[in-house]
Design a protein around this ligand. Structure first.
Ligand code: ATP
Ligand code: MG
Length: 229
């Protein structure tokens, strides 16, 4: 099935970039990047600050168009996806845990996880149970009615992960998930991401954290294609 069609969440999805280049403000940020991320694995995007990790993550997640090269998701070349197809991909298959967490501070924890205003607190029983299990796994049990702005930085980071877990997205894009966390929270976040990969999802993590990198199945150094060429 194609990345754009339907919403079969049991489907496993490869994501790859082939020879991707991207200039921002006239400066070449990504130069001929190629990467292949297999379902059921966690891939670390590594490189110095400013090397283009976030940019590559955004290109792979179709948040940013590429200048050259191809993005492949599942069996589809999605490089030229129009906005409707991109929105379907985000809705049905992708979850983003970005640097600012993307949390709506004034909303409740439950709303931030389930992203459904009208249904809360009247979520269907199955959805309620899924919400409960997700909050359990992320150490946020019993916090569903709290306003997100009351959470600490580490709790917000786990809330952002809870949203990705609840959504059961096939591909999870994560930017610096452990930056500014203490050791205990960092380990929790690493374990949660590893569980997502073990569950068959394709997990991409931009990171500087050596423990996060060690937990990944493979690592991609930005610029390594260029050096090898
Ligand atoms: N919206 C933008 N406008 C201008 N320059 C940008 C923009 N986004 C990224 N850049 C530039 O592209 C380069 C790569 O940025 P990117 O955020 O991808 O790096 P990074 O590897 O994620 O760095 P960090 O480890 O600090 O998060 C940087 O030089 C940055 O200044
Ligand atoms: Mg970055």
């Amino acid at each position: 099935m194609s990345a754009g069609a339907g919403s079969d969440r049991s489907e496993k999805m490869l994501i790859a970039a082939h020879g991707v280049s991207k200039a921002i403000d006239g400066r070449l940020v990504l130069d001929n990047e190629s990467i292949r991320c297999e379902p059921g694995t966690m891939t670390a995007l590594v490189g110095p600050s400013g090397s283009g990790k976030t940019t590559l993550l955004h290109c792979l997640g179709l948040l940013l168009p590429v200048d050259e090269g191809r993005i492949v998701i599942g069996t589809d070349d999605v490089t030229a996806y129009r906005s409707a197809a991109r929105r379907r991909f985000w809705r049905d298959h992708a979850a983003f845990v970005l640097q600012d967490y993307g949390i709506m501070d004034e909303e409740s924890v439950a709303f931030n996880v389930a992203m459904r205003a009208g249904l809360i607190p009247r979520l269907a029983t199955g959805a309620q149970e899924r919400l409960r299990r997700t909050l359990d796994r992320t150490g946020l049990s019993g916090r569903q009615d709290e306003t997100a702005s009351h959470l600490s930085g580490g709790e917000k980071q786990r809330l952002a992960l809870a949203r990705a877990i609840y959504k059961q997205a096939r591909i999870v894009f994560v930017d610096e998930p452990t930056a500014s966390l203490d050791a205990a929270n960092r380990q929790k976040v690493i374990d949660l991401l590893a569980e997502l990969a073990a569950d068959g999802r394709t997990v991409l993590v931009s990171t500087h954290d050596s423990e996060m990198i060690s937990a990944c199945d493979s690592r991609h150094e930005i610029g390594s294609n260029r050096q090898a060429a």
